[in-house]
Design a protein around this ligand. Structure first.
Ligand SMILES: [Zn+2]
Length: 334
């Protein structure tokens, strides 16, 4: 689709004046007279010609959203690569991004729920076997006394809370999954959102930086959405690790690997926080070509840790919802 009035993707300056000066030939490259951004004329005149085959925001169907999931995550994993490919000319659809993220979390949630249920079943089954072995040596009278320690794996009283907790973890946290990795991941994902909000606010506040770079706020807002919400995927990883921990408590080959499981958690959390900062620095320098000095970037990166109180505020605001869900869970017998 040819854009009706071609504008600079960085500062939105109307380029019709420039184009009107073309008399004999059409150049392929130019410079925005307002912000100095290097323009690729064919992309400015017709942005729809940029179609990234791996990018979920360019997916034409739900099927493509799914098939492009791994390539998009792979490119997002290293922010430099992402910002080199997703330039300011690239057409964006934050609506499609959020749809993709929601669908992905939903699918992963169903998978992790099934994993948590399976692992819990195995754990309870083995507990039963152990208890049976112990009480088989007791008198029939004592056996009756200790029978309450056995869980009836066919009863609704076992399945309802197990399925319920597996589905609602970490919003509802009961006895079975005590490691709380999902809960920890949720906390750090919120911290990452807080960091992104601070980056956004700093871009809004520092008029001088914005005037110097002439950057449209829509770019900053999109980056906030992409970087702020992506870490919430880690909650699903946390749920999976919670299942792995429970498995390690009763399955020997895994129990020896529990240190590895802790290392995975540590690396993930560290990567999330580093990634968050790297994403913003890469956005500023590569994506938006803002000529920020290194000390300025270090200053903003340090200041972005003010995201910690923001994250605490988000968690406090979310607490009543969590309590309401917990009450509801108790009410339906979870
Ligand atoms: Zn411009």
């Amino acid at each position: 689709m040819v854009s009706p009035s071609p504008i600079c993707p960085k500062c939105a300056y109307d380029q019709s004046g420039q184009i009107a000066t073309w008399k004999t030939k059409c150049p392929t490259q130019g410079t925005c007279p307002e912000c100095g951004y290097t323009l690729s004329w064919p992309d400015i005149i017709d942005p729809s010609r940029i179609q990234l085959p791996w990018f979920v925001e360019h997916a034409k169907s739900k099927r493509q959203l799914l098939t492009r999931t791994l390539p998009t995550l792979w490119i997002l994993l290293f922010p430099n690569r992402y910002w080199k490919r997703v330039t300011m000319e690239t057409p964006r659809s934050i609506k499609r991004y959020l749809l993709w993220l929601t669908l992905l979390i939903l699918i992963l949630h169903i998978l992790t729920t099934a994993t948590l249920i399976a692992v819990n079943y195995g754990f309870t089954h083995q507990n039963n076997a152990r208890t049976n072995q112990l009480i088989s040596q007791l008198t029939p009278e004592q056996q009756k006394q200790y029978a309450f320690r056995l869980t009836d794996l066919t009863s609704i009283d076992y399945w309802r809370p197990t399925i319920g907790e597996a589905f609602l973890l970490p919003l509802v946290h009961r006895s079975n999954f005590e490691e709380g990795v999902a809960q920890g991941m949720a906390m750090f994902a919120t911290l990452c959102l807080g960091i992104s909000i601070i980056w956004f606010l700093l871009f809004c506040t520092f008029q001088t930086t914005r005037n110097r770079s002439k950057l449209r706020m829509i770019h900053v807002l999109r980056a906030t959405v992409v970087a702020g919400f992506l870490p919430f995927l880690s909650i699903e990883l946390g749920r999976f690790l919670d299942a792995a921990y429970l498995l390690s408590t009763y399955w020997n080959p895994i129990s020896r690997l529990s240190i590895l499981l802790y290392s995975v958690v540590f690396v993930c959390i560290l990567w999330m926080v580093i990634w968050q900062q790297w994403f913003w620095i890469a956005a500023t320098r590569i994506g938006w070509q803002v000529k920020a000095k290194w000390w300025e970037l270090i200053l903003v990166t340090t200041a972005s840790f003010l995201g910690i109180p923001i994250a605490v505020l988000i968690m406090i605001a979310f607490k009543p919802i969590r309590i309401a869900i917990d009450h509801f869970a108790v009410w339906i017998g979870i």
